[in-house]
Design a protein around this ligand. Structure first.
Ligand SMILES: *Cc1c(COP(=O)(O)O)cnc(C)c1O
Length: 396
């Protein structure tokens, strides 16, 4: 019987040792012992699934995490990475070579932008940036030599969506692979592979750990590509996940869906309660009817997600007054955590961008990004409303 997602989140991929432990073991070992010299020779010739050589290549705890993540995403296989950026870099670099062409959405997490703009181009890959929400720009940028397209399905911090199915259809028309960074959509709401993504990448630092402890990432996709293209690159270049972190991520997966659904409920409550507050120009939340891509969000994710953005009247001074008045919500730059976390992108995560580029991406000085945690939504609404009142009063 095919098991459902919530069952797989708890049991998927578990392999027990001879001790029959309930909670997955942490195999904190970099190497493995062979019964004989012949056995070592055979394993180096070809390691079957469940056979290990060296932790950079694979490890039992990491393999459990990879299998559980692949089940969750509906992918054939996955490779776990040391961080989300190791996954983004690995997914791209493992399949590209000098002379290849890549099309990427422009609205990217800063480090993703660095990989595309600085790293790939340094090695002779040509990269064209487009407005990810504009299908005409994708159409115009794609060429017969385009090997890959890359985008964040929901962009940080403005929560603009890229239509995975539509971009995939265009990209596949020229034979390009579609690589989706799906962090903001979360693995719970992701249907990226069904919608045409070839590879899906997560920073598992975010919702999968969800408790602010470890860095991690994963690349998910067809087995042939993961084992034939991604694994050789990752295992030889050193970006593999540590067994300890894989164990933390396995623990995170057990409660992932419960947390993400509670976070989404909180985000919906906050978006609804704060809409129309006089301190705000806009509440940006894909779950609201007022979001310009609400219909796409419902089709692509079926939910508004766990993130929202608030655009305050009065620019940076108002945004800072608001942040400094918060009592429960923490000022930090992680996201997907059980704790609600808020950040001012223009002065932190997107500080390096020029004001022109920030304006182009919709990152104004009054914009704050809120990652909703699992606290009681009533407490969060009260905290945020009171802090907005402070921002407003001080301005008056
Ligand atoms: C955080 C993040 C990353 C990078 O993940 P790390 O685990 O911090 O390396 C990549 N893409 C997106 C969209 C992110 O939010």
């Amino acid at each position: 019987m095919e098991r459902k997602r919530r069952t797989n989140l708890v049991h998927g991929g578990t392999r027990r040792s001879q001790w029959g432990e309930v909670s997955e073991a942490i195999y904190l070992t970099q190497g493995f012992v062979y019964d004989s010299a012949e056995a070592a020779e055979a394993r180096f010739l070809k390691a079957e699934p469940g056979e290990f050589i060296y932790a950079r290549y694979g490890n039992p705890t990491v393999a459990m995490f990879e299998e559980r993540m692949a089940m969750l995403e509906g992918a054939e296989d996955g490779f776990a990475c040391a961080s989300g950026m190791a996954a983004v870099n690995g997914a791209l670099t493992s399949m590209l070579r000098a002379g290849d062409h890549v099309v990427s959405a422009r609205a990217l997490f800063g480090s993703c932008l660095y990989v595309l703009e600085e790293v790939l181009t340094r090695y002779g890959v040509e990269v064209t940036f487009v407005d990810g929400t504009d299908l005409d720009q994708w159409r115009a940028a794609l060429r017969p030599d385009t090997k890959a397209v890359f985008f964040e399905s929901m962009a940080n911090p403005t929560l603009e969506l890229v239509d995975i199915a539509a971009v995939a259809e265009l990209a596949h028309g020229v034979g390009a692979k579609v690589i989706v960074d799906n962090v903001f959509s979360t693995p719970v709401y992701s249907r990226a592979i069904a919608q045409g993504a070839d590879l899906v990448v997560y920073s598992t630092t975010k919702h999968v750990d969800g408790q602010g402890r470890c860095l991690g990432g994963v690349i998910l996709g067809p087995r042939e590509h993961i084992r034939g293209v991604v694994e050789p690159y990752m295992k030889h270049t050193g970006g593999s996940m540590s067994p300890f972190n894989a164990w933390v991520m396995l623990k995170g997966l057990e409660t992932l869906e419960l947390r993400v659904r509670a976070q989404t409920e909180g985000a919906e409550a906050i978006a609804t309660a704060l809409s129309g507050h006089p301190a705000l120009r806009r509440v940006i939340y894909p779950g609201l009817d007022s979001h310009p891509q609400h219909a796409l969000a419902m089709r692509q994710l079926g939910a508004g997600g766990t993130m929202l953005a608030l655009d305050l009247e009065g620019g940076k001074p108002a945004a800072f007054r608001f942040l400094n008045a918060l009592q429960i919500v923490l000022i930090s730059n992680n996201l997907g955590d059980a704790r609600s976390i808020i950040t001012h992108p223009a002065t932190t995560t997107h500080q390096r961008l020029s004001p022109e580029i920030r304006a182009q991406l919709g990152i104004g000085d009054g914009l704050v990004r809120l990652s909703v945690g699992i606290e009681d939504p009533e407490d969060l609404v009260a905290d945020l409303s009171a802090a907005l009142d402070v921002a407003l009063e001080a301005a008056a």
